[in-house]
Design a protein around this ligand. Structure first.
Ligand code: NAD
Ligand code: SIN
Length: 469
C-alpha cells in the first residue's frame, strides 16, 4: 500500500489534506508523460502558450479568496498575507510574459550574407521542487516562465503544503492546459529524489541551502540538467543613523526580521548597530515594538502567525538554545505564546556581540544583534557570511549608502526599506550558499530557455579564402 501524506493546519492542528505519496514508479510515469508531451508543447506558438497563461491568471483571480484561505490554513500564515500571495501569483503572469519578450525572444538582424538570428529553445522536462513558506508564489515563479518558454513541468510541492500545490495545478488545468504539460506529484524528499533520478532537463529548486548543496553534488555529472537554486540567507541589516526616530528604524527592522514569522528567505537575521548610545536606542526601540507585536491566526488582525508546524518550532527552539549556550544575551524572548499551541513562536532578540555564532539560517523570528565600533566594521560584519541573499542599510546618510551598495555582497541590497518584500519585476537571487547564479523572478526566463545563435544564408555561397584571389 502507498505511503500516505497529510498536511496539518499549524494553528488549529486540523488535517488540511491527505493523499498518497508518489513512489518511484509514479515519478517515472510522470516524467515519461512530461517527456511525451514536450515536443508538442514546445511547437505551439508562443501566443498560444501566453494565452493559456493569461487564462490561468483569470482562474486564479476567480478563486482568489478560496486559495488565500487554503494557503492560510495549510501554512498558518495570516489571511491578509496569503491574499497578497495570490495577488503576486496573478501578477507573475504578465511579468513573465514581459520577461520572456525582453530576455528570451527571437531577434533577427540583416547581414551581408543573409541574416543573424537569435532564438531561445525550451530545455524540455523541468522538475520544480517547492518550499512551504510561499507554497503558491514561489513554485509559480518557476512554473509560469517554464511553461511560457515551452517546457513541460512536473511539480512536487513541499510535503508540508500539498493542498496548495494541487490547487495551483488544478487552476492551470481548469484554464485548459493539457494534463501532461504540468503534473503534480506529492511526497517528501524521497519523491523529490525519485524525480531527479529520471531523464530530466532541469531542476528548478527553491528551498534550503542544505538541499541546494545536495543537488549541486547529485547533478555534478549531469551537465545537461539546468539547475537553478534559490536558497536561504543569513541576511544582515545595518542601522547607522543618529537623526531618524529610533521607533521608525525599529519599524523597518521588525518588517525585515519578523514578517511571516521570520519564514522568508529575505528576512534579516543579523542586526548590526554602532556600539554605544546610538545603537542602544535602536535596540531599545526594537524590543519595545517587538514585545507588542500581535500574534494570531487566520483572519485575526495580527502581524505574525505560527511557524509552519511543531517540528519547525522545535528546531527553532533548539537553535535558540544553542545561541544562548554559546553566550548570547537574551534581550527579548517570546518563543512561547500564551494560550497558543507549540507551533506559535514570537519574536526573539539576542545580543551576539563578541559571541561566535554559527553562520546558519534560523528560519524563524530570531534576530541577533551585533554592536560594532565603526561603519567599516559594520560592512565587514555584514559580509562575514557564506550566504549572500539580501542585505539592508537604514541610514539618512546618502554617502554611507553609496559605500554600502558598492561593498555589500548580496543579490538584494536595500536602503531604508525592509530586506523583505522582493519585487517580481526585478531579478531575485543570491551569491555563495544562497544560490548558483541563476536568479529567479524577472530573470527566471534566462534559465527556462537556452539561446541558439544562427548565421543564415538562403543558399550556399563561397566565403573568400585569403591568398587564393
Ligand atoms: P527544503 O529544502 O527543506 O525543501 C524544499 C523542497 O525540496 C521540498 O519540496 C522538499 O521535499 C524538497 N527536498 C528537500 N531536500 C531534498 C532532497 N535531498 N532530495 C529531494 N528533494 C528534497 O526547504 P523548505 O524548508 O521547504 O523551505 C525553506 C527554505 O527555503 C529556507 O531555507 C528559505 O530560506 C528557502 N527559501 C529560499 C527562497 C529564495 O528565493 N532564495 C525563497 C523561499 C524560501
Ligand atoms: C521569500 O521568497 O522567502 C521572500 C521574498 C520576499 O521577501 O518577498
Amino acid at each position: 500500500m502507498a505511503d500516505m501524506l497529510q498536511s496539518i493546519d499549524p494553528a488549529s492542528g486540523a488535517v488540511v489534506w491527505q493523499g498518497a505519496v508518489a513512489d518511484h514508479a509514479a515519478c517515472a510515469d510522470a516524467i515519461a508523460r512530461a517527456r511525451a508531451a514536450a515536443p508538442g508543447w514546445a511547437r505551439r506558438q508562443l501566443d498560444e502558450r501566453v494565452a493559456l497563461a493569461r487564462a490561468y491568471a483569470a482562474v486564479l483571480d476567480s478563486r482568489r479568496e478560496d486559495l488565500a484561505r487554503l494557503i492560510s490554513h495549510e501554512t498558518g500564515k495570516l489571511l491578509w498575507e496569503t491574499r497578497t500571495e495570490i495577488a503576486a501569483m496573478i501578477g507573475k503572469v504578465e511579468i513573465s510574459i514581459r520577461a520572456q519578450a525582453e530576455r528570451a525572444s527571437t531577434t533577427d538582424s540583416a547581414q551581408p550574407f543573409g541574416r543573424a538570428v537569435l532564438r531561445h529553445h525550451p530545455h524540455g522536462v523541468m522538475v520544480v521542487l517547492g518550499p512551504y513558506n510561499f507554497p503558491g508564489h514561489l513554485p509559480n515563479g518557476h512554473i509560469v516562465p517554464a511553461l511560457i518558454a515551452g517546457n513541460t513541468v512536473v511539480f512536487k510541492p513541499s510535503e508540508l503544503t500539498p493542498a496548495t500545490g494541487a490547487a495551483m495545478v488544478d487552476a492551470w488545468h481548469a484554464a485548459g492546459l493539457p494534463a501532461d504539460v504540468l503534473q503534480v506529484v506529492q511526497g517528501g524528499r524521497d519523491t523529490g529524489a525519485a524525480l531527479i533520478d529520471q531523464d530530466i532537463d532541469g531542476l528548478l529548486f527553491t528551498g534550503s541551502a542544505t538541499a541546494g548543496r545536495h543537488f549541486r553534488r547529485a547533478l555534478i555529472d549531469r551537465p545537461g540538467v539546468m539547475l537553478a537554486l534559490e536558497l536561504g540567507g543569513n541576511n544582515p541589516l545595518v542601522v547607522w543613523d543618529s537623526v531618524t526616530d529610533p521607533a521608525v528604524l525599529a519599524n523597518l527592522v521588525v518588517h525585515s526580521a519578523f514578517i511571516t514569522t521570520g519564514q522568508r528567505c529575505s528576512c534579516a537575521r543579523r542586526l548590526i548597530v554602532p556600539a554605544g548610545t546610538e545603537g542602544d536606542a535602536v535596540v531599545a526601540a526594537l524590543v519595545d515594538l517587538a514585545v507588542r507585536l500581535p500574534i494570531g491566526a487566520g483572519e485575526d488582525d495580527a502581524f505574525m502567525g505560527p511557524l509552519i508546524g511543531t517540528a519547525a518550532a522545535a528546531g527553532a527552539r533548539a537553535a535558540l538554545a544553542g545561541l544562548v549556550a554559546a553566550g548570547c544575551t537574551v534581550l527579548l524572548d517570546r518563543n512561547r505564546v500564551d494560550g497558543r499551541g507549540d507551533a506559535f513562536f514570537g519574536p526573539v532578540v539576542l545580543d551576539a556581540t563578541g559571541v561566535a555564532v554559527p553562520d546558519a539560517e534560523i528560519f524563524a523570528p530570531v534576530l541577533t544583534v551585533v554592536r560594532v565600533p565603526d561603519f567599516t566594521a559594520a560592512i565587514a560584519a555584514a559580509n562575514a557570511t557564506a550566504f549572500g541573499l539580501s542585505a539592508g542599510l537604514l541610514s539618512a546618510d546618502a554617502a554611507l549608502w553609496d559605500r554600502f551598495v558598492a561593498e555589500i555582497r548580496a543579490g538584494v541590497v536595500n536602503w531604508n526599506r525592509p530586506t523583505t518584500g522582493a519585487a517580481s519585476a526585478a531579478p531575485f537571487g543570491g551569491l555563495g550558499e544562497s544560490g548558483n547564479h541563476r536568479p529567479s523572478a524577472f530573470y527566471a526566463a534566462d534559465y527556462c530557455a537556452y539561446p541558439v545563435a544562427s548565421f543564415e544564408a538562403a543558399a550556399p555561397a563561397p566565403v573568400p579564402i585569403p591568398g587564393l584571389g
